[in-house]
Design a protein around this ligand. Sequence first.
Ligand code: GUN
Length: 293
Amino acid sequence: MITKIMKGFKIANQIKKKIRNKIKVKKKYKYRSPGLAVVLIGNNPASLIYIKTKINACYSVGFFSAYWHLSENTTEKILLNLIQKLNENKNIDGILIQLPLPKGINKINILNSIHPSKDVDGFHPYNSGLLYQGSPILRACTPRGIITLLNHYNINLTGLNVIIIGNSSIVGKPLYLELLMTNCTVTMTNTFTKNLKNHVKMADLIIIAVGKPNFLHGDWVKSGAIVIDVGINYIKKNHSVIGDVHFESVSKKTSYITPVPGGVGPMTVASLLQNTLEIYEKLYPDLHLKDKI
Ligand code: GUN
């Protein structure tokens, strides 16, 4: 089977271009730039790379980005104080606290302290609650990016058997709820799932986010399936990045597949920009009208 490669990088660039054009209009009318606050605690190597990409993307579309890089020993109280200040800051539209957090900081306390209207990640209980109700406002970035990618390729999800491998709060759980809205049948699994291979074999769409290089092999995959690889695994030996999918064997079976790098990663960043812009546009609802004058 000849597979189609889903070009996340290209689609993300199209989204960025549209955002950049909107921001040009804003500049014409002397509006302030949308502002994203990015906070990293500690030196997790993967987080350092993600943060850099997110900040660069902000500047590439004309957003303002403020970056706090705090030490591993930062206390929960200091972080809560910073978030409080960012909640009150009129130049900041979105607040992103990069996960994972160091031990000793309670993730739930931190995520719940971000004002729901500035919650670009959609992780606050208000926003995840709206998603649970089927009417999300701010949506988690990676799931949103995956849905945008599937829509771009006109993949109709209604009735499909979909498997998610990896039940994290960042990807798996919000993605599960996103997919329920499309009337597909979703099976949530993880690397401990008994007979995982049998579950995978039945799936029309496989979405994997487990952080294990080459975890999914071609002999698990039904012919014609669609495979979305969320994994970003840094391989020290040859300084490369590979996904959770063994691309060579899996791509022989699929109808569509995402590459790593250049698949889901850029879509996550594009969704972050979309979320930030949508928060900003709520504050200036007349801005898009001016564009048409
Ligand atoms: N760490 C890995 N992915 C994400 C994400 O989408 N948002 C945040 N805040 N942290 C992450």
